[in-house]
Design a protein around this ligand. Structure first.
Ligand code: F6R
Length: 594
């Protein structure tokens, strides 16, 4: 969601910014733009439009070298995606150029109270910021004007700012939305995430909320809102460049689905010593000391959280609740005496989760983040953090992060269980079973062609299979745009069965012995009403005619396996419809606004 890349230094700003924006494409966006200094005649030029970064490359003038610029990918919040609303935006007299990630809650008030009479060209909240900076720069120094503006803004922002009257400087500031500085001896990059820095910087500075940065060449100052210097940490980037390339695969999603066995093996290598789980003792203690776990997440990560609830309750006997982050953020339930909040987030940047974390910390409750991005805001700000080691996930639709999150939740629950299974062995078995399905993916492709012929679809299951259905349906709808519901199989007959008609696809997931018969009778109910049914089962519960039969695995871990064919179902349904699989419409990978 909205990506920022800015550069000042001796290298070609355009190349660094456009490459960086391409690396941020995975976050999701609908427009792209760039502002560049043309050094020879000291002029600034803006190129921007609705569409992809490749469109930006087409419209950008490549005939000059630039050493200062800011770029942006926009995910529309205020105003439709079009050329005018794309960033960079300018102040009224075009002195300042800015790009923004975030949402300014009081932009309407600021417009009328601070900028009465100004002319605006776009519908965005961002343009208001540029105008205010310009207004105050008439009364004070530019750095003061920006900090004054920060003090007026309510909401979230990461900003990169050019003052056209001072071509040796680049400014940035941030609150809530992520922003960092990439350091090198040739220049400094401002970016929304480390992905944009790979290949240019080896070190970076994650910026804290309400920080203002003034960059001059390769030097920078980090100040707070009143101009007092703030400390910052310099960290090392350890992302492998090759991990962020597609390689032999036609799509990142296909690559990431196929990487799941190796992700599980990586997790084994990181969290096991022989058969023993090795975990940070503080993490185990925090879970053990709590009387109830509150899992906070969104989307796919929340679906992993539901499996986590089963694991914590059934393996470790710890009561666990799962909450939608955007709901609990402003509607906290009555809590137990010793709650532990567990934040599950692939990106570690989701604004809905951050809003809860801020509240949790303010109230002095303990927090643990489970994430794929150890450099992320949620990883930094929670008391404790566990890394899922899935490697960079570029496709917007999350696949390997989901299975890795479940593995980590299983490890945490197992650590406190009576250890009646050998988790390491179960993980190894799962990795092999996943490979078996990956080998059969062409067969799944034909099933999709024959069965997913309608605009809608249902996934049904019970218990943990139901939770796998929630994730399976999310996957299918987000990339193939087939309206899909994940349903508790027994609940369908209480109303929703009215939607079943001839050839409506209904896919059942059955991996649990004790509910096998019940789910099958629910399948018969929809079959008798014309549904086209498809069954994904495990060997121990399979029946003749089931289309996809998977290996038997430890039942509580079955979603790690049953999800794989459904990821392929989503992938092939989108492929057959010719959709942009890695960048589905309207979606963002890193959802940094509430
Ligand atoms: C769907 C998907 C989203 C994310 C959700 C939360 O494939 O990826 O539903 O799970 O936006 O994002 P994170 O996990 O980064 O907090």
């Amino acid at each position: 969601m909205c990506g920022i890349v800015g550069y000042i230094g001796n290298e070609d700003a355009r190349e660094i910014i456009i490459k960086g924006l391409k690396r941020l494409e995975y976050r999701g966006y609908d427009s792209a733009g760039i502002a560049l200094l043309k050094g020879e005649d000291s002029t600034f030029h803006i190129y921007k439009d609705k569409g992809r970064v490749s469109r930006l490359q087409e419209i950008t003038d490549f005939s000059y070298k630039s050493c200062l610029g800011i770029g942006h990918t926009r995910w529309a919040t205020h105003g439709v995606p079009n050329q005018v609303n794309s960033h960079p935006h300018q102040s009224e007299k075009s002195r300042f150029f800015i790009v923004h990630n975030g949402v300014i809650d009081n932009y309407k008030e600021l417009k009328s109270e601070e900028l009465n009479g100004n002319n605006f060209t776009s519908d965005t909240d961002t343009e208001v910021i540029a105008h205010i900076i310009e207004k105050y720069s008439n009364e004070m120094k530019v750095d003061e004007a920006i900090r004054k503006t920060m003090s007026l803004l309510e909401g979230s922002y990461a900003l990169a700012i050019i003052d056209t009257q001072n071509q040796n400087k680049l400014y940035a500031c941030k609150n809530k939305s992520p922003l960092l500085l990439g350091l090198s001896d040739k220049g400094i990059i401002i970016a929304s995430d480390v992905m944009a820095l790979v290949g240019y910087s080896t070190k970076y500075v994650p910026l804290k909320d309400k920080t203002f940065v003034e960059i001059t060449g390769i030097n920078y100052k980090t100040l707070d809102i009143i101009g007092k210097e703030v400390e910052h940490e310099v960290k090392v980037i350890d992302i492998d460049y090759f991990n962020v390339e597609k390689g032999e695969y036609s799509h990142f999603m296909l690559k990431e689905i196929s990487e799941q066995p190796s992700v599980i093996r990586t997790i084994i290598s990181k969290y096991f010593d022989g058969e023993e789980v090795i975990l940070n003792g503080d993490v185990s203690k925090a879970i053990k000391d709590s009387d109830r776990l509150y899992i906070i997440a969104a989307g796919t990560s929340m679906n992993a959280g539901y499996i986590g609830k089963e694991l914590f309750e059934k393996m470790a006997l710890i009561p666990t609740e799962v909450h939608i982050a955007s709901e609990i953020a402003y509607n906290m339930p009555i809590l137990s005496k010793k709650p532990l909040f567990i934040f599950i987030s692939q990106s570690g940047e989701t604004a809905d989760l951050r809003a809860v974390l801020v509240n949790v910390r303010a109230n002095g409750y303990r927090s643990l983040t489970i994430t794929n991005v150890k450099t992320s805001t949620l990883a930094r700000e929670a008391d404790l953090f566990v890394e899922i080691h899935a490697g960079p996930e570029i496709a917007v639709a999350s696949t390997k992060a989901y299975t890795a999150q479940i593995c980590i939740l299983a490890i945490l629950a197992y650590g406190l269980s009576d250890k009646h299974i050998n988790l390491r062995k179960e993980f190894s078995k799962l990795a092999i079973s996943i490979e078996n399905i990956i080998d059969k993916r062409e067969y799944i492709e034909t099933l999709v062609k024959d069965n997913l012929t309608k605009r809608n679809c249902f996934y049904i299951g019970r218990g943990i299979d139901y939770y796998a259905c929630l994730e399976s349906s999310l996957k299918l709808k987000e990339i193939s745009y087939i309206q899909t519901e994940g349903f508790a199989a027994g609940e369908l007959k209480h109303g929703t069965i009215a939607l079943i008609e001839k050839d409506t696809p209904v896919i059942a997931i059955i991996s649990q012995r004790k509910i096998n018969k019940n789910t099958r009778s629910n399948l018969n109910e929809v079959k008798s009403r014309g549904a086209r049914t498809l069954v994904i089962s495990t060997w121990g519960v399979h029946e003749h005619g089931d289309q996809i039969v998977l290996d038997d695995v430890y039942e509580l871990l079955s979603p790690i396996l049953t999800i794989i064919p459904t990821q392929f179902i989503a992938y092939y349904a989108a492929l057959q419809r010719n959709y942009d699989i890695d960048k589905p419409r309207n979606l963002a990978k890193s959802v940094t606004v509430e």
